[in-house]
Design a protein around this ligand. Sequence first.
Ligand code: ZN
Length: 119
Amino acid sequence: MDKLEIHHKLSNGQFYCGDQSDESRKQFYFDDFKICPKCQSKEIIEENYQAGIRLSRSYDAYGTDVFKCNNCQWYTSFHYDEGGDSEYYYEPRWKKGWIEEKKIYEENKKKEVEEQNNK
Ligand SMILES: [Zn+2]
């Protein structure tokens, strides 16, 4: 990965970089980190920056994952913690309703596909 523009480094070694707007990151999360919210490309590169290991909690690693679009150079970062269960693997900020919104998004997408198939 070429030079990251780090916006904010936290005391535990995790950091924020790239596009941190809720709009882009939410869409990216809704599409399972597979589609660039800016150019719709599926050429996403993921880089892991482990910040540490929680000795108290069965050696769960935590850190930052950076996702970058190979087509338009858009990138963003998400914090992760192996100590979270699968839905909460990334960022506590998702507890603010992102997980529920994603379920609705996926339901609607499924309905769209079904409607297409019924035509
Ligand atoms: Zn892109």
